[in-house]
Design a binder for this molecule. Structure first.
Ligand code: CA
Length: 237
């Protein structure tokens, strides 16, 4: 997986269960990543302050500082991609994790291949696009697709990798309705076609960051029952 000259991406594993932590470390190294591990939330926060991390695999049930607390502290810092790994497969936990800024959620038990696929997917979302310079605007939101930069008014807005990819999918198709399933496939992948909650949660997150009034969205518009549209449809001739 590792090419010469390309720096290895760093994955931080935050898990208190010793055998599981070792297994995750091994799997992540086998996947071609540099792996670091922390046994609890406090140690994780310390590592995140000192080392640039690309992806955090974060267990929720941790001693002292739990995963939710780590997640709430992460938001203010440089945002790595976060994949929650949780023993609780419950839908409310999943939505809470996504609401708090996680990029994905993986319920235990899971296989090494699935874990690595998720890590690669969140990393793909954080890679800059190659391609022509393209700037899309709606309301006071400006998206510079070539530079992965998003502005509201003149101010740059920091988005998580997944928030950005969703917004970019909408912006590349500005003025047209993007169907729910099409967005889910393009942003999360074919296994997520029915995960409407992911989409709803991330659209809410984007609106909270980008809309003057998130309750009355004007940039990211809901098109009843079908999907979402960025900006106004083109005016017919
Ligand atoms: Ca645990």
């Amino acid at each position: 997986m590792t090419s010469i000259g390309v720096p290895q991406r760093r994955v931080l594993i935050v898990e208190d269960d010793v055998p599981l932590r070792s297994a995750l470390l091994e799997a992540v190294k086998q996947g071609g990543f540099q792996a670091l591990a922390a046994p609890d939330g406090a140690a994780a926060v310390k590592i995140l302050e000192d080392v640039s991390i690309d992806v955090v695999l974060l267990d929720i049930g941790l001693p002292f500082v739990n995963g939710w607390q780590v997640l709430s502290q992460l938001d203010a810092q440089q945002v790595p991609a976060v994949i929650i790994i949780s023993a609780r497969g419950d839908e409310r936990d999943k939505i809470r994790a996504l609401d708090m800024g996680a990029d994905d959620y993986l319920a235990k038990p899971f296989g090494a291949e699935e874990l690595l696929a998720r890590v690669r997917a969140v990393l793909r979302r954080s890679e800059p696009d190659a391609g022509p310079s393209l700037v899309v605007r709606a309301e006071d939101v400006t998206i510079d697709l070539a530079h992965h930069a998003v502005f509201r008014g003149g101010r740059e807005i920091r988005l998580s990798p997944t928030e950005y990819v969703l917004l970019a999918e909408l912006a590349k198709n500005a003025g047209t309705v993007m169907e729910h399933r099409k967005l889910l496939r393009r942003v999360w992948g074919p296994a997520y076609l029915d995960e409407r909650n992911y989409l709803r949660t991330f659209v809410q997150r984007l609106r909270a960051k980008l809309e003057a009034n998130p309750e009355v969205p004007r940039a990211i518009v809901t098109v009843g029952g079908r999907g979402y549209r960025f900006g106004e449809p083109p005016v017919p001739d």
